[in-house]
Design a protein around this ligand. Structure first.
Ligand SMILES: [Ca+2]
Ligand SMILES: [Ca+2]
Length: 187
């Protein structure tokens, strides 16, 4: 890092990340629904509002903002045919062997540890809610990066919730979250 290097103000990155998601038709409420489904079996009294709060918190991280902006802007540039014909074709068809989208979003998934990767694998396979909708509108749009970005944001928010709940100890596979909570509060 150079001594006189200039950094863009974090609030500008945050605004741009929020703007791009909205511009591409993704509401944070839709991501919250996925987070809710990921965590509802583990957290008592989980609400959509609490899921939404956690997505907003995830989006305050600079590495998350960088990934959201980079990925969505690549989708937009591909739609405008701004890359070489080779790369445009890969991106517009979301070619099966193109995996840079999944790699880029690891910087979102990994923010809250390895549990994020498990959650991401799950949503990537099932494509719930808005992720499925993005996947289905690939004929008109380039959604190569944004579907993974949405999945990664949901996975990271779910992990953030899990980590803020010490009673849901991942290691206690034989007890329900409620039982392990009661166990840990006996003494
Ligand atoms: Ca891919
Ligand atoms: Ca993708």
């Amino acid at each position: 890092m150079k001594k006189d290097e200039q950094f863009i103000k974090q609030s500008r990155l945050e605004d741009q990340a929020h703007y791009l998601l909205k511009e591409r038709g993704v509401k944070l409420e839709s991501i919250a629904e996925i987070v809710y489904d990921l965590q509802k079996d583990y957290i008592d009294d989980l609400t959509l509002d609490y899921c939404l709060e956690n997505i907003i918190a995830v989006m305050k991280k600079r590495e998350v903002q960088n990934a959201v902006i980079t990925g969505i802007e690549i989708d937009i540039a591909a739609e405008r045919q701004q890359f070489s014909p080779v790369l445009n074709d890969l991106l517009m068809r979301d070619e099966g062997l193109y995996g840079i989208d999944e790699v880029l979003v690891l910087s979102i998934v990994n923010v809250y540890g390895s549990i994020g990767l498990t959650n991401f694998g799950y949503v990537d396979k099932l494509k719930p809610g808005i992720i499925g909708e993005l996947n289905d509108s690939k004929d008109e749009h380039c959604n190569t990066f944004i579907d993974d970005i949405v999945g990664a944001l949901a996975a990271a928010a779910a992990s953030r919730i899990a980590h803020s709940q010490p009673q849901t100890d991942e290691v206690n596979v034989n007890t329900t979250p409620k039982e392990s909570y009661e166990d840990s509060h006996e003494n």
